[in-house]
Design a protein around this ligand. Sequence first.
Ligand code: PGA
Length: 249
Amino acid sequence: MVRPVIAGNWKMNKTVAEAIDFASRLRNALITPPEPEVIIAPPFTALHAVAELLRGSPISLAAQNLHEAEKGAFTGEISGEMIREAGCEYVIIGHSERRTLFGEGDERISRKLRAALSADLRPIFCIGESLREREEGQMQNVVERQLKEGLNNLTAGDISRSLVAYEPVWAIGTGRTATPAQAEEVHQLIRDWIAGRYGNEQAAEMAILYGGSVTPKNIADLMRQPNINGALVGGASLDVGSFIQLLGY
Ligand code: PGA
């Protein structure tokens, strides 16, 4: 059984003060640890302060991106080691906003995955097709290409530290969620692909999260699908009350 994971991706939202306020409310609400693993992904500037506040709590921290180099002349970038030291266990990699707005391709994303793993971070590797790709019948090709190129050179050990998030681009921030059946179809495809490449055991143990307009209203139906092990939530993770509701499905 894969432990479910609910992760909140704050994107470019919340100042340090706002992040601290959210994290302390969340911590107080989770005196009894909930069933799912709980992850929040504040912006870089708030990571260290939030990590200090969450020390000893059941809540884990993720960064939203990293640079693939260990260090050097990369003005404005942040390395895996910096993220790890700031108190993160996870890092989101290959989010569709990084792919489309910041030009990150599969090859770059693959280097970022390796950089995360060598910095002892657990990657949350995001994949998903656009509306056009789905309408042209390319969903499976796109998802399999992203898996193949992104996970290129990763070992079975690396895979056991990685999570995959299926986020159809047409469902992100649009209010248009994939139906549970649509999401399940792709999750099954992802698990089969992992099984074919790394074996049944790795596939069975991998947490595959769904993302794209997840809300307290639609999460329960999604979580009932056998191959959906959690959610990566944007908009609905920004309000602490709504995030706490999501944790109870
Ligand atoms: P959304 O974002 O929940 O606001 O659709 C999800 C994501 O981008 O991870």
